[in-house]
Design a protein. Structure first.
Length: 126
């Protein structure tokens, strides 16, 4: 589901605030005593970049349309391609933790079952 214009603008403002914090961590006058060597500078830049990277991935995963697809959307079994139904045991989205280059992230996808194959699956998404 695409973000509304106001939600997108709010997310952009939040990102720009985080980017400003990263900039200040490098260029603020109070930080210069801690950033003398190239190693210190590079470490700070990598730390700030990793935090922005992780934040962006977290926010993008939160918008994943397969986390809780619309009820009218047909979610097909990857094996037999018949329409699956939400798994009865957990109707809500199932949280999953994955290790990424940006660090460990959590995202959710709704679990489905196929009555024909008797298998459980998560929507494949894009």
């Amino acid at each position: 589901m695409p973000l509304s214009k106001s939600a997108r603008e709010e997310l952009c403002r939040e990102f720009l605030g985080k980017a400003k914090q990263a900039f200040d961590a490098l260029f603020d006058d109070g930080q210069q005593e801690q950033l003398i060597t190239l190693t210190q500078r590079e470490a700070r830049i990598l730390q700030q970049g990793a935090e922005l990277h992780s934040w962006l991935l977290e926010k993008h995963l939160a918008q994943d349309p397969t986390a809780n697809p619309a009820e009218v959307e047909a979610i097909r079994c990857p094996n037999c391609h018949r329409v699956g139904v939400p798994a009865k045991q957990k109707k809500d989205a199932v949280p999953r933790r994955v290790k990424t280059r940006a660090g460990e992230q959590e995202f959710t996808r709704r679990k489905y079952r196929c009555a024909h194959c008797r298998r459980r699956f998560f929507p494949l998404g894009r």
